[in-house]
Design a protein around this ligand. Structure first.
Ligand code: 6PG
Length: 238
């Protein structure tokens, strides 16, 4: 597996570096499956893509989500709503290319349905869906998607998508499980800000505590790329 670290001076630079990578990744492909991360980091990336909507041929891309909060799609905490507000409402992507996780549905039922949809649309490798490009964030606690340190068992779950629980809010989430994340062809982490620096140092430095953090267990089939700003990279041993 190829590993590459990209460090930009600030979050805008990180988003711009990722967009350059994304354009190359999608070039010449008739169909690209992409899993989007939620939270706040992608907002800047989405705003930049929305400002230049012809950057990509959206008809060739299929959007999935790495995780979704179990709330309605118009709820302030919905990853779909964040993506719609910052990107989808500004680009011309066919509705059938948007594979929304139905946060309003029963979590267990939706986890099963989402897994089946991934299997129906993605290339299948090792009997699992293989997402072409899985864009992930990382929380201050080292979680990724909605696999949190208190639920490390989701890294090896048999389901394709599972119900997770946020450690402090108890909010239910539907998340990709570890085997599906690691069956992705390429994973690109987008992580910015000094609050993430300690975990980034631990993970990139393969320190003793790294294995406590779910993000350290991400190991895709072909490429693992980290798109960081100086803030997140600040503590990495040069
Ligand atoms: C979510 C995300 C989650 C996110 C990290 C980082 O639903 O919250 O998918 O995994 O990527 O929590 O969040 P920030 O970008 O807000 O720091």
């Amino acid at each position: 597996m190829k590993k590459e670290i990209h460090v930009a001076g600030d979050p805008k630079g990180t988003a711009e570096q990722f967009i350059d990578f994304l354009k190359d990744f999608c070039a010449g492909k008739e169909r690209v499956t992409i899993a989007l991360s939620g939270g706040s980091t992608p907002k800047l990336l989405f705003d930049l893509l929305a400002a230049a909507p012809k950057t990509l041929d959206w008809s060739k891309l299929h959007f999935f989500w790495g995780d979704e909060r179990c709330v309605p799609p118009d709820h302030e905490e919905s990853n779909y709503k964040m993506t719609f507000d910052h990107l989808l409402s500004h680009i011309d992507m066919p509705a059938e290319n948007i594979h929304r996780v139905r946060g309003e549905a029963d979590p267990v039922t939706e986890a099963d349905r989402s897994g089946k949809e991934l299997l129906a649309f993605c290339t299948v490798v090792n009997d699992l869906p293989s997402i072409d490009l899985n864009i992930l964030g990382m929380g201050d606690d080292g979680h990724t998607a909605s696999i949190f340190p208190h639920q490390m068992e989701l890294l090896a779950a048999e389901q394709l998508c599972a119900v997770a629980t946020h450690p402090t809010s108890d909010q239910k989430r539907v998340t990709l499980t570890g085997p599906v994340i690691n069956n992705s062809h390429t994973v690109a982490f987008l992580v910015t800000g000094e609050k993430k620096a300690q975990k980034i140092r631990s993970i990139l430095g393969e320190e003793a505590d790294a294995s406590d953090y779910p993000a350290s267990h991400v190991s895709p089939r072909a490429e693992l790329r980290w798109f960081l700003d100086q803030g997140a990279y600040a503590l990495v041993e040069r």
